[in-house]
Design a protein around this ligand. Sequence first.
Ligand code: 5GP
Length: 200
Amino acid sequence: MSDSEPNSSEGRIVVLSGPSGSGKTTIVNRLIACAPVRLVKAISATTRPPRLGEAHGEDYYFLSLDEFQRRLDNQEFLEVAEVFKSGYWYGTLKSELDRAWQQRAWALLEIDVQGALQVLERYPAALTIFLRTSSEEEYAARLHGRGTEPGDVIRRRLETAREELKNAGRYRHQVVNDDLDRAVAEISDILQNRERELDA
Ligand code: 5GP
């Protein structure tokens, strides 16, 4: 199937990537509340333990390594990646796409660059958006400001972010998140335009 003629459901995948601290989670929540198209967030599976306040089936499906591996062997994942060289696995279950499409909604995937490239292999028409801060200094300041991660974790994340930025050009769109409202509006426009194309 060519990129210009996606099956209308298959086109309705939006992948949002960007370094942690680039405001992804806030933007995702805002988009789900007020985007001009219906969005369902794909809940990722992960082997990392839950953080305080995180719930299974809401923030992630928290799986043991054995269970994750079993589902991987069973070909239940659209994409998987070991993120931040942390030893933890993350992945999008194919069933999450169906959950969104059954509701006639777009599936929104908040995943890393490795995952995004795998999604594009399977669904070349997926809408990919890379969220970036305007400068590395600003990004580092945000990570430090958040104060939730120890120094070595922050250093690793900055390294990952530098690597990810090298891949930003492989995304269909890049959105700078200096101003939250502006970034949400820009992504909303991108979604609306794409929806019109798919409906045409
Ligand atoms: P955290 O552990 O802070 O919740 O997430 C770390 C990173 O994992 C996020 O920046 C996010 O992009 C990435 N991530 C979350 N879920 C998935 C997933 O299903 N697949 C991939 N490839 N990356 C994910």
